[in-house]
Every structure is written in structure tokens, then in C-alpha cells.
Design a protein around this ligand. Sequence first.
Ligand SMILES: Nc1nc2c(ncn2[C@@H]2O[C@H](COP(=O)(O)OP(=O)(O)OP(=O)(O)O)[C@@H](O)[C@H]2O)c(=O)[nH]1
Ligand SMILES: [Mg+2]
Length: 261
Amino acid sequence: MSKRPSLSVFFPAWNEEAYVERTVGLAREVLERLTDDWEIIVVNDASTDRTQEIAEALSKADPRVRCITHEVNLKLGGAMKTGFSASTKDIVIYSDMDLPFDLSELERALRLMDYLEADMICAFRFDRTSEGPKRIIYSFVYNLLIRQLFDVHVKDINFSFKVVHRRVLESLELKSQGSFIDAELVVKAIKKGFRVFQMGVDYFPRTRGISTLASPQVIAKMISELGSLYGDVKSPKDPVRPVRLPPSVKPIDARKAVSGR
Ligand SMILES: Nc1nc2c(ncn2[C@@H]2O[C@H](COP(=O)(O)OP(=O)(O)OP(=O)(O)O)[C@@H](O)[C@H]2O)c(=O)[nH]1
Ligand SMILES: [Mg+2]
């Protein structure tokens, strides 16, 4: 790496008392190895369990760990917007609280970001069969829809491991309230001409707490927000215009930007 990056890692959390301490502890270990300028943000989305209490105790012990609490539940999109806007470092990383990948993969993602001069790295799962056939079919259809509607070729658009340079966040406005926010971020970044690459990781399903994001309401909200972004992108007053990149930087075709291991 050419220089040690400053890093913000945030975790949206809704009733994650079983994970907060372990996940923040593991993230801290990884960050300490990578840089001396880091922060961890737990976005507590009006949890009704001990998530806030645990996160605030961690923050008291180390002010580089912050806990931001929503008074009311703003869903995943709301929590992600809070996480992105509260992050202060050059590179912002987002992950679910339930450790779906080994957080040490961050080192490889940052190395690729530097090596490929990328603005964003989107991880995809090598093998997600442990999720069961229903989730696999939902995801297949969802990824296909995004590809057809937006011409954005990303393998696993909703996977919760994205590494994003601050310049991307500063040039986008994210609107989604629900779980469509991941796709909104990637589609807008690619449409604006940012350099987005992919990287495969091993996937580990949740082993504690309960799964909340595959409900019919969550899926209905995703579809309605997808429709709204489609309207924005296709409208004559297209608000998703390419940013002006310096002449030496050529936007790439995300279809060719797939890196495995
Ligand atoms: N802000 C917010 N975050 C949520 C909400 N529901 C879930 N989350 C968080 O979103 C992340 C993903 O939730 P999961 O329940 O793991 O969803 P999933 O990964 O699709 O499903 P499983 O891994 O099978 O449980 C976790 O960090 C949750 O705490 C919510 O209503 N609001
Ligand atoms: Mg999960």
C-alpha cells in the first residue's frame, strides 16, 4: 500500500446484542493492524435489546468506537445513510453485524483498491449455498433485475461488504430507506463513472441472533425503491450524471472489473 489509509468501519445494528462486542473487537484488531487512524461506528437502529448499552460501554472504553442511536427504527437504508454521513475517514467500509465474512479480508480489499486505483470494492460470496434455495433464488432474480434495468454487472449487489472512497460518497445522494440502498450506491457510483471492482470472499452465515431482512415487507420495499431509482436514471433530467474525473482517470466497464482470488 502506498500509504496507510484512514478508515471508518460502520455496522448497522438492530437487536444485535449477541454480536456487538465480538464484532467490534474483531474489527478493532484488524484496523489496528492496518492503520493508526481509524474509527468504528455502531449504528443502533432503535434496538430493544442490549445493543445500545453494550455499544456505549465499548465507546466509553475507547472513544474511537462510536455508537449512534436512532430514536425510531429507520431500517437498513436509514442506518446506512447515518453510517455514511457520520464516517469521517478517507475510506468507508460497511459490514453487517453478524460477521458474514472474515473481517481480515479488509486488508486484501484495501490492497486491491490501491493496486487497481479503485474508488469502490464490492465483495461477492464465493459460495452461498448455506443460505438455502429460497434466498439463492431471490438473490439470483434480484441481481438479474439490476443487470437488466441498469446495465450494471455486479455479481452479488446486496452483499454487505463494500469499501468506498470518500470521494464517491461526496458525489452521491442516497435516498433508499430499505435494503435497496446497497444497489442504489453501486448503480449510482458506476453511472457516475467511478472505478468499481469486485472481489470474492468466503461467506459465513449468522450463528447467533435472528435473521430479519428476508421478510415480504423488506422485499416489497426493495422493489418499490428499485422502481424509483429506475425512474430517476431513465428520466430526461437524469440526476445520475457522470462526475468529471481527472483526464488521466478513465472510467471502466464494471463487467470487466471482476477479481477473484
Ligand atoms: N438499521 C437496521 N438494520 C437492520 C434491521 N434489520 C436488520 N438490520 C441489520 O442489517 C444487518 C443484516 O441483517 P441480517 O438479519 O443479518 O440479514 P441477512 O444477512 O439478510 O440475513 P441472515 O444473515 O440470514 O440473518 C445486520 O447488521 C442487522 O443488524 C433494521 O430494521 N434496521
Ligand atoms: Mg446476515
